[in-house]
Design a protein around this ligand. Structure first.
Ligand code: ZN
Length: 148
């Protein structure tokens, strides 16, 4: 169901994220994938000592759903103070290990604009929301993110 970037890891994390967040939506999936990409790029483990994440986004639903996805994928949370929020019109997260070069994972504006009407539609049936979440889950990473 979550083929392509759909490792067993992603599928398991999406389940966990859904249970934590209360529902499975596209922005939650974006967050989980952002978290996984950030960890991979830094060669970091979840909740690794010295790992810090700054999430930059518009602090309102559905954008804020990304935060829970990142928290579940990385175990860096607001509560353990390893995750910080910065209000921004962008949609990105910066990952840094102590004294290391930070890397940023940004939602590719092209992909976002292509899906924007669906992503931001209000009152769409929950089945469609789940389908959109699956679309995001199986989208090739290089289409979904710009990583720097
Ligand atoms: Zn949500």
């Amino acid at each position: 169901m979550f083929k392509r970037s759909g490792s067993a890891n992603l599928t398991a994390l999406l389940k966990k994220a859904e249970s934590f967040h209360g529902h499975l939506g596209p922005f939650l999936v974006i967050g989980v994938r952002m978290g996984l990409a950030g960890l991979r790029e830094l060669k970091a483990r979840r909740n690794e000592r010295g790992l810090h994440i700054t999430v930059m986004l518009k602090y309102s639903v559905p954008f804020s759903c990304i935060i829970d996805g990142i928290q579940v994928a990385t175990n860096c949370t607001i509560g353990n103070k390893k995750l910080m929020l910065k209000k921004s019109s962008k949609l990105m997260a910066k990952f840094r290990l102590e004294n290391g070069r930070p890397i940023t994972v940004k939602v590719n504006p092209v992909a976002f604009n292509r899906l924007k009407d669906k992503l931001l539609a209000k009152n769409i049936p929950s089945k469609e929301v789940r389908n959109l979440a699956k679309t995001i889950a199986s989208m090739p990473e290089e289409e979904l993110f710009e990583i720097n």
